[in-house]
Design a protein around this ligand. Structure first.
Ligand SMILES: *Cc1c(COP(=O)(O)O)cnc(C)c1O
Length: 476
């Protein structure tokens, strides 16, 4: 049975021409094309007409005009909001893959801006005027920093591993320990990457123990490579034995078989003095004699997404000639950001301060506490409802599949209000401008100050207060 339609509601729907004279709508016309605004007005009126016809509109006729104005502004705001946008990382996970991993240094941002706004010498040698290589600007610095003979940079470390295996071992055998058949996430698993590269996996040892003689026994005429994979995102503890890169190099040399090390999260500065786990640096693995070493640009290095390959010139030159290199090549933004990031490492005294990832990982608890207290004070001043705001201690994570066991002591600000559940608060903060991604724990909304940049504290307090003060409990 059809419900009677309230004709007075339909009659209250404003005309497009009338709305175009409304002051708020006129204001929108200052920054948006007329067609966009007219379209939004039409869509909004039509939407409301449907609501009225279906009986789902429950307001009064007098509210309709203002509702159309508000819905039109909201629609235009939503439609013109970019899909990829800024997020304040309040999770305390320094290398958060879902939040874009490493933050760029000031120098790297400037470098990207420069090549985005002008032409650049990406593939021209300005000294000779002849064709140059896009890898040149970074090759020399990488070799200087790592001690390697040669270097190549590709799209990411997954591509680096694929390219290295395909170049060094296509149609041949690669020996890997069963304890190192890593899955990185997504669909990056060593056995599958191996298959994709055309190399054949030969597994040796057990999950917890692989001895040098396990590799030796597996070597045959078809062996092209001994592969060591850094188990970056998990740990095997207890009754264990891993064959080191040093040992693999000895075995490799006695059989004239090259050795490759996938370091995953390669780093150049020892962070152990700052309470992070002791792990081998890129320089150490190169010095150990590995023929090829691969690592990510946007993990502990703190640069743009990239896969860095260093090692013996013979192999790097071979990789450069592999057609796959063209398919996984880096763009000018990566070259610019990576060169600027690597240059920070040449200034040893300031590198921890200049590279945001390293600064966040090594920031002193005192500074984090100060930032937490500042945020708490600002929240208390800005929030208009009774709120329970506290500073507590906790732990942050490195993230990005790096140093999974590291627990970095940190300070958090927790926030709770009566009229908004934590889940609701978390959801509304994600949709806020700028978006905020924090933690929900112990039925409290938590902000870890380690990943909140010093210049973001005031803005973060404003956003949280805005969400709380709007007092709107969304219908979801
Ligand atoms: C992270 C990681 C990769 C993949 O690196 P991306 O740069 O994310 O492609 C490969 N191998 C190991 C051991 C890793 O930790």
């Amino acid at each position: 049975m059809e419900l009677p339609i309230d004709k007075s509601l339909l009659r209250s729907l404003p005309k497009v021409d009338d709305l175009m004279k409304n002051s708020i709508i006129l204001n929108l016309l200052q920054t948006r094309p007329r067609t966009v605004v007219v379209d939004a007005v039409r869509k909004t009126i039509e939407g409301l007409r449907q609501e009225i016809l279906s009986g789902s509109y429950t307001g009064s006729p007098e509210d309709i005009y203002q509702l159309v104005v508000k819905k039109t502004s909201d629609l235009i705001a939503a439609e013109t909001k970019p899909n990829l946008r800024r997020v304040i990382n309040a999770t305390g996970v320094v290398l958060h893959t879902n939040l874009g991993r490493a933050l760029m240094s000031y120098a790297a941002r400037d470098a990207v801006d420069a090549v985005a706004s002008s032409f650049c010498n990406l593939e021209i040698n300005l000294n000779t005027g002849r064709r140059g290589s896009r890898y040149e600007p970074v090759e020399e610095i990488i070799t200087r920093l790592t001690g390697a003979e040669a270097a190549l940079v590709v799209n990411n470390n997954a591509a680096a591993v694929l390219l290295a295996l395909g170049t060094m071992a296509k149609g041949k055998e690669v020996i890997v320990s069963r304890g190192q058949l890593v899955e990185i996430g997504g669909s990056f698993r060593i056995p599958e990457v191996m298959e994709q590269s055309g190399a054949m996996l030969v597994e040796v040892g057990a999950t917890n123990k692989t001895h040098p003689h396990d590799y030796q026994k597996a070597i045959s005429e078809d062996t092209a490579l001994l592969l060591h994979v850094h188990t970056s995102n998990y740990r095997i503890v207890g009754f264990t034995r891993e064959t080191t890169v040093n040992e693999l190099v000895q075995i490799g040399q006695s059989h004239q078989i090259p050795v490759m090390s996938d370091l995953g999260s390669g780093f150049l500065v020892d962070l152990a003095p700052y309470g992070l786990p002791q792990e081998p640096s890129v320089q150490e693995v190169v010095a150990a004699g590995a023929d090829v070493v691969t690592f990510s640009g946007d993990k502990l290095l703190g640069g743009p997404q990239a896969g860095i390959i260093v090692g013996k010139r013979y192999w790097i030159e071979k990789m450069k000639k592999n057609p796959l290199t063209r398919a996984v090549r880096i763009n000018k933004f990566t070259v610019a950001a990576l060169e600027a990031t690597l240059r920070e490492y040449l200034d040893k005294d300031n590198v921890l301060e200049n590279i945001p990832t390293l600064r966040m990982l090594t920031e002193a608890p005192g500074a984090l506490l100060k930032r937490a207290e500042e945020l708490a004070a600002q929240l208390k001043a800005k929030v208009a409802y009774p709120a329970e705001v506290q500073v507590i201690s906790g732990t942050s994570q490195v993230g990005g599949g790096s140093m999974p066991t590291a627990e970095l002591p940190t300070y958090l600000v927790t926030c709770m209000v009566q009229h908004l559940s934590v889940e609701e608060m978390s959801a509304q903060l994600r949709l806020a401008e700028p978006a905020v991604v924090g933690r929900v724990q112990d039925n409290k909304y938590q902000v870890d100050l380690r990943t909140v940049q010093p210049e973001e504290v005031e803005l973060l307090a404003e956003v949280i207060a805005r969400v709380i003060n709007s007092g709107e409990v969304s219908g979801r």
